[in-house]
Design a protein around this ligand. Structure first.
Ligand code: RUB
Length: 296
């Protein structure tokens, strides 16, 4: 696979979801590195550094991607020569990828404990981490069902619905505007996350904050499932999470005299989150920043 093609796929949402984006970004970085000819350490790192910038900015609201790239680049700057850089790059990519997989597995185990027989769980968009919880609960023999929104404008909810149907988990697909109607009959909401800020706010697919408001109104527990590698350290330094604005054509064809806007994400306030299900346990949102580790 060509690295530029991978980046195009990330930008076009052909690869989506924080986990998939981070792993594809690392793959692109690895391919870019394999194409660098220079045997000089400084020149090699300069070239790779500029490619790392391209990869990291392919989706602006993805700290998991940025954190993975900066974790790896930090390691590479400590290498003696290009041979060591190449070896280290493969090893660090493997370590980060394994960490993401084991994080999702752990969150699956912890999150599944919140699901009981007969529960109806509401979700929005498509999250590998949330799917991991459903997979685990199903594996444990729990009988539950899921309501998922289609998630306009790119309909990632269909990916969720199809994955659940494949696992034989009963699933109902609804339009986003039917959220309140269906959430009334749900026992809890579980969504994924793209970013967790230092104050515990969560950035996730557009509409997530609306789902949180509805859940608050209906007094339903509202959980976020996300690994601590999604904590954005820049938010502790005063930077606000950048919200990606996507092409207008995803929403509608050009209409004269009409402004079209397409923000990809919004912010769920920490106070509306019952708990963030992390690999270290179910945490109050404000505590998650303290769990940030070597991958942030
Ligand atoms: C996807 C989205 C998901 C998180 C989940 O947005 O908001 O909830 O990325 O992450 P998009 P994970 O489709 O625009 O990428 O898969 O790591 O749980």
């Amino acid at each position: 696979m060509n690295a530029d093609v991978l980046i195009k796929k990330i930008k076009a949402l052909k690869i989506q979801g924080a986990k998939n984006v981070a792993l594809a970004g690392l793959e692109a970085l690895n391919i870019y590195a394999s194409e660098i000819k220079s045997g000089n350490k400084e020149k090699f790192l300069k070239e790779l550094g500029s490619k790392a910038g391209v990869v990291a900015s392919s989706r602006p609201t993805e700290p998991a991607l940025r954190n993975s790239i900066s974790f790896i680049m930090r390691r590479l700057y400590r290498c003696r020569d290009v041979t060591e850089i190449r070896k280290t790059l493969s090893a660090e990519i493997a370590e980060f990828s394994e960490n993401i997989e084991s994080t999702i597995k752990k969150i699956g185990e912890i999150g599944a404990r919140r699901i009981s027989n007969g529960d109806v769980v509401f979700t929005h968009c498509h999250s590998n981490t949330v799917i991991g919880i459903f997979r685990r609960a199903k594996l444990e023999g729990k009988k539950f069902s899921v309501v998922c929104t289609e998630t306009r404008p790119m309909n990632q909810g269909l990916i969720t619905a199809k994955e659940l149907a494949k696992m034989r988990i009963p699933v109902t697909l609804i339009v986003d505007s039917a959220a309140r109607t269906f959430m009334k009959k749900c026992d809890m909401v579980i969504i994924g996350a793209d970013a967790i800020t230092s104050t515990g706010d969560v950035v996730n697919k557009i509409g997530s904050s609306t789902m949180a408001l509805i859940a608050e109104d209906l007094k339903k527990p509202f959980y976020v499932a996300a690994g601590t590698h999604k904590v954005d350290p820049a938010t502790a330094q005063g930077f606000l999470e950048v919200i990606e604005e996507r092409p207008k054509k995803e929403v509608a064809k050009k209409i004269n005299g009409v402004e079209i806007r397409n923000p990809a994400f919004d912010v769920v306030a920490a106070r509306r989150i019952t708990g963030i299900i992390t690999e270290s346990g179910v945490m109050p949102p404000q505590n998650v920043y303290k769990l940030a580790g070597k991958f942030n």
